[in-house]
Design a binder for this molecule. Structure first.
Ligand SMILES: C[S@@+](CC[C@H](N)C(=O)[O-])C[C@H]1O[C@@H](n2cnc3c(N)ncnc32)[C@H](O)[C@@H]1O
Length: 507
């Protein structure tokens, strides 16, 4: 199927972008420090199925589609992919109403929502409760009562923080004093207000989404990938500087996350008006509800997927966390704490993340015990054996070990992260092979990475694991835009091509 109709064809993109040379890696180990034979072999093996594609972005969409896109972007979630990408891939897969598609890493829920609009069932997982709020809010799109939402906006606009109110929204250590005083009280006040109100569950959940979307801009923090970045006007930084001054230490620099920390009431009102406007437009478009089901489970996919029936999926569309040290539990700490998570739960969630931070610990013993518990020890042995026999993976781990010994890794946790990341992903690839029907297509969006001068071709390594478990590799779509090299790596080891890819496999 895909051989005949490529993404470029579907988007009407001329073949001028088909030049692959800039996207092919000719040096995996800077200064020839480590062996790269296996990675070079993969690079040659998959070159014939590499296709550079100009865009997976949303520039080509119509007004109507862009309104739908507005719905998909309701949750402010930088890590999400576009509805367009999901639509294109569903077309490629020839997915029909009644089929089932899986997204093992649901995030804001775009795969599930696009499927629902097309009458396609979906199954998905995410460890973060933010996903549940986002998916419900969007899936309810045709069910909202506009009059009720107008009343919600009206009543909320009238709310004032009572004089002498002392309760504040909860904090954990890494979010302590994140909000100015008025905001920390008002967040709590309106949360209690909506809770005891007579609004419907749909309206209450939508309100929750609007609060979640407002938290960051009403705080002294900003998301910066690996952690929360703090504004020097926050009590936390002011206090730290008082201590530092006493000890004669250098003061933390003046840094503003944003010029103005917004007022929470104004921000939530703006969000509410924005979603109300989208709801009006989408409802008046005459769209009708499909009977497609969204099955979402808030848990680690590693400990759910093995129990799903075999041969049920028509396809998979997903983007896992990237192997880039990004810590969702820190960057989304404000939102997680708002949703009621406590310090310990957030720490546990950090360890439940697919190993993508330097703090991640190995999950292999827990996985082994879990497979034992569900009576699938043989399956565990087969999958783990296959992972350990992958020559390119062995080469990558050996190179990182050598780089570590040479002091080239700026954090030694990188080695454990990379080992855990691919081991866990490979378990998922194996389980997806089992759960897919014959002919099903699997699409993974991911970025290649480099640590200590060693390029890790995430797209090709993943494809080689997928083949080990029985998939046929169909395409590696590589986005025109490449991933930037980190300035540290570039200075020390020079520049390399780091692909952003969508790998397509078929059962
Ligand atoms: C790149 S994001 C997915 C974005 C999604 N495609 C979208 O459009 O919104 C990766 C997601 O994987 C989730 N995740 C990380 N580890 C997980 C695990 N072990 N099981 C399930 N989900 C996990 C993260 O919480 C995050 O939401």
């Amino acid at each position: 199927m895909l051989e005949q109709l490529t993404l470029n064809d579907m988007l009407g993109i001329p073949e001028e972008v088909a030049d692959k040379s800039e996207y092919i890696i000719d040096k995996f180990s800077a200064d020839d420090f480590c062996s790269e034979t296996e990675r070079v072999t993969l690079e040659k093996k998959y070159e014939p199925i590499l296709e550079v594609t100009k865009k997976f972005d949303r520039r080509s969409v119509s007004y109507q589609l862009s309104k739908k896109d507005a719905l998909h972007s309701w949750l402010k979630y930088k890590e999400g992919f576009s509805a367009d990408l999901v639509n294109i891939l569903l077309d490629d897969m020839r997915a029909q109403p009644g089929d089932t598609i899986m997204d093992p890493f649901m995030g804001s829920g775009t795969t599930a929502l696009v499927c629902q609009m097309r009458g396609i069932n979906s199954i998905g997982y995410d460890i973060m409760p933010i996903s549940a709020v986002s998916i419900k809010a969007k899936a309810d799109i045709l069910r909202y009562d506009i009059n009720e939402l107008k009343r919600l906006v009206d009543e909320f606009s009238e709310i004032e923080l009572p004089k002498g109110y002392t309760k504040t929204t909860p904090y954990i250590t890494i979010t302590n004093t994140a909000y100015p005083e008025y905001n920390e009280k008002m967040i709590q006040f309106v949360t209690d207000w909506i809770e005891v109100s007579d609004f419907s569950d749909e309206a209450k959940n939508l309100f929750k989404l609007c609060i979640i979307n407002s938290l960051e801009r009403c705080s002294y923090t900003s998301k910066s990938g690996q952690y929360l970045s703090w504004d020097s006007r926050s009590k936390k930084v002011i206090q730290a500087n008082i201590e530092r001054e006493k000890k004669g230490q250098r003061l933390l620099p003046q840094h503003h996350c944003r010029e103005i920390v917004e007022n929470i009431k104004e921000a939530v009102l703006e969000e509410l008006r924005h979603v109300l406007d989208d709801i009006r437009t989408i409802q008046s478009n005459g769209a009708t509800e499909t009977d497609a089901k969204i099955e979402f489970k808030q848990n680690s996919v590693l400990f759910e997927l093995p129990e799903i029936d075999s041969d049920i999926l028509k396809g998979v569309i997903t983007s896992p966390p990237y192997c880039n040290r990004y810590d969702y539990t820190r960057t989304y700490a404000l939102e997680l704490v708002y949703l009621g998570l406590e310090e310990e739960t957030i720490k546990e969630m950090r360890q439940a993340l697919l190993s993508c931070t330097v703090e991640s610990k190995s999950k292999i013993i827990a996985l082994k015990e879990y497979y034992q518990k569900i009576g699938a020890s043989d399956r565990f042995d087969y999958i783990y054996g296959a992972i350990q026999s992958n020559a390119a993976f062995k080469e990558i781990l050996a190179s990182l070990e050598k780089r570590k010994a040479n002091g080239d890794l700026n954090n030694n946790g990188v080695l454990r992260m990379v080992e855990g990341y691919f081991t866990e992903l490979a378990f998922i690839y194996a389980e997806l092979y089992r759960t897919c029907k014959k002919g099903a297509m699997v699409a993974f969006v991911n970025d290649n990475v480099r640590y200590g001068g060693e390029v890790i071709p995430v797209d090709y390594l993943s494809t080689s694991f997928a083949e080990q478990f029985g998939f046929k590799s169909v395409k590696v779509y590589c986005l025109k835009q490449q991933k930037g090299n980190s300035s540290q790596q570039m200075k020390k080891f020079g520049r390399v091509a780091l692909r952003k890819s969508v790998t397509i496999w078929e059962k």
